[in-house]
Design a protein. Structure first.
Length: 318
């Protein structure tokens, strides 16, 4: 078995800030001696984003989807959407063949991809399908706050009916295992958020806490006593940020992502749990409005690359 950690990076939508944050991050990333990087994208997008010369400290997988005369920044385009999807599919091929050990993804534009009649709701769902994984969890990681989502990219009106005992239990379990196995926390303290205001105050504002969340917490206490909840969402993040909990399990997307991005927008990382490999990403989007202007902050992408390396090394025991 190779001792080298091989990181795959997709540049995302070539017309967005993905190429820029990848180039900037790789300039700053202190490449360890046991690490090799593969970048999937179009060379023209990287060159226009500041890549110079012909010798790089990474392997460029130039898929040549875009002609130089066609390239534009800040354009929501069917062609660029398909290009970003092609980068991802090529990276998956490398993963399945063992040519890379982990994956870091720059942001794509879902609308641009779907213009090609591709049903794409996000990297998470695509990778779960590609590797035939049923139970998968989005976790967000920063120095002082880690959280996981029970539901992901669904309408707010559909959240309550999407929550069930299985999905809540699985989210807690994958979070618990990640904290132990990836982050080395021997006895993780996990706070479980309620769905309703004030965690429903004993059923006054909804029954999901009593019917679903509380029974799951009780069940999980057979595995670990350090599980707490359901707790009110309006105070749970402050308590976690202050170090009372190692992670928070949130019931829906914006419940968790609003406080997380407010606190850690520039250095937070998205980590997918449940895949047979480590996959991370930055926590921002394509930002077409500033693409090509050398204004993009790269720190979230740099943190995603660094986390992918460290967790893969832990996972593979190297």
């Amino acid at each position: 078995m190779s001792k080298t950690i091989k990181i795959g990076i997709t540049i995302g939508d070539p017309s967005g800030i993905g190429p820029e944050v990848v180039v900037k991050s790789l300039k700053k990333f202190r490449l360890p001696s046991d690490c090799e990087v593969f970048v999937f994208g179009d060379k023209i997008a990287l060159v226009r984003s500041g890549l110079k010369g012909n010798k790089y400290k990474f392997n460029l997988i130039d898929l040549k989807n875009i002609k130089e005369s066609e390239f534009r920044f800040g354009l929501l385009s069917k062609k660029f959407g398909m290009a970003s999807f092609t980068y991802l599919k090529e990276a998956v091929k490398f993963l399945k063949k063992g040519r890379i050990d982990c994956l870091v993804t720059a942001p794509v534009n879902k609308e641009a991809i779907n213009l090609n009649r591709v049903k794409f709701s996000g990297h998470t769902e695509f990778l779960a399908s590609a590797f035939d994984i049923k139970d998968i969890v989005m976790m967000f990681v920063a120095k002082r706050l880690k959280l996981s989502l029970v539901t992901r990219h669904i309408a707010l009106k559909d959240v309550a009916k999407a929550i069930n005992k299985h999905i809540v239990f699985t989210t807690i379990l994958l979070t618990y295992n990640a904290l132990m196995n990836y982050f080395g926390i021997k006895l993780p303290k996990i706070a479980i958020s309620g769905l309703n205001p004030h965690a429903s105050e004993d059923g006054l504002m909804g029954r999901e806490e009593d019917k679903i969340i509380k029974p799951v917490v009780t069940q999980f206490k057979k595995i670990s006593k350090s599980i707490y909840g359901p707790l009110p969402a309006d105070t749970i993040f402050k308590r976690a940020f202050d170090g009372e909990f190692d992670a928070v399990v949130c019931m829906y997307h914006d419940q968790g992502l609003i406080p997380f991005k407010m606190l850690h927008f520039y250095e937070g990382v998205n980590l997918i749990l449940g895949l047979p490999f480590i996959r991370t990403s930055c926590v921002h989007g394509t930002a077409f409005d500033i693409a090509g202007k050398n204004k993009a902050d790269y720190h979230s992408m740099l943190a995603a690359i660094d986390l992918a390396y460290r967790l893969t090394k832990n996972k593979l025991g190297r």
